[in-house]
Design a protein around this ligand. Sequence first.
Ligand code: AHR
Length: 495
Amino acid sequence: SYAQARLLVNAHAPKETISRHIYGHFSEHLGRCIYDGFWVSDTMQVPKKDRIRMDVVEALKKIKVPNLRWPGGCFADEYHWRDGIGPRENRPKMINSSWGNVTEDNSFGTHEFLELCSLIDCEPYISANVGSGTVQEMNNWVEYLNFDGLSPLTDLRKKNGRDKPWGVEFWGVGNESWGCGGNMTPEYYAGEYRRYATFCKNYPDARLKKIVSGANSNDYNWTEVMMKNIPLNMMWGLSLHHYTIPKNWGDKGSATQFNEREYFLAMRSCMEMETLIQRHSIIMDKYDPNKRVGLVVDEWGIWTNVEPGTNPAFLYQQNSMRDAIIAGTTLNIFNNHADRVKMAELAQTVNVLQAVILTKGRQMLLTPTYHIFDLYKVHQDAKLLPVQLAGPEYNSENDKLQAVNVSASQDASGAIHISFVNIDPNKDITIRTALNGSSWKNVTGQIITSPKFTDINTFEQPGKIVPAAFKGAKKEGEELVVTLPKLSVVVLELK
Ligand code: AHR
């Protein structure tokens, strides 16, 4: 069966720039993300620079990863940066008590992370330790990274092989300080934030963009207390974490075996992002009407049960057509809130949670989510075009969700890109679109779809879900008419 929708794209009213930084990724010392993900053994037969896997780097470059957040997550608040510099054989080992009590050998530290970022050509976003660190430790890390003058720490950096400072700007002051980052009350953390942030110094050519550890999903009080107690000029951003949980925290549901009801519930949990951004923004607007502070959704994505037989602390999960729908939907939400959402990071790049890449020995697999980021990269730094959509609902039992979501932008060359998601697994949807203020002539597009929401790419069949040319869009009079197959993500280019 099929349904109809109407869309208006206001091409005469380009708005904010969609910051490319909302297309960011997150990589923690967790499971096989860093170790056996990005960073492999000396003996593994894959193209490497030092121990960094270059096939992974090349794949991330292709989707234009704008930033990478590191070293956590929960791990950030037990990480001591000095353990990860200097000759590797001298680096102390530690226990990664956040993620399975595995031994962390600190072979991947500051220099290795910044080398990785430079290979990917993305900006580093460092999450620094508040929970078990000190103000001095954080102050010293910034100096080691960013100071170009004479000091014992710059000498040390030079001795360790890096002459010029890196100029790191994105700087997280703690992570989930309400939970694994120290179980602090919001009032207590706001005070700590002010103290820590005071000693994170700006050096020439490296003005820090300091990011406050923000709310867990709908903890609106946390946002309120931060905005009320921290002066606007002391923060560049305030974070928000929200995960899509298909069932519940105890039993999150399988990544690959679920029925339509569970699919629906996952989509509902994903689409809560819209409400969360709206409501956190209302609170931020009260204290910051000029929107100087960005909302930084630095952890998002679907979190399911781990793949059977894998370490439960490693959070390794497969990635399905459902994940593609979740990614497309969430990125549309971020685009449409470009006035407030300035940055976001999907959790977590390789082998953890909603990964864009999975690896198995020498093999590398691009997930359906990867391909969404590939198609959506056209929105990076483009001007948001406001949209109005009237469309059908997707119903399950007595619940309903909007079946289609969309965002549109115009790039520097004048081309318009519209990304559509049809979350309905049963209905094709035809959308008639008017584009006010645009005299476009030609439409081309790409689609990501698969018959079942449980479909996945595997190491044996890596090309099951990949982008294909889309033929379902045409010009009728002045209107754009698009038929979105059920369960699909389509990105169009109008010129
Ligand atoms: O991404 C996994 C974990 O989720 C992170 O370490 C933590 O910040 C969050 O609770």
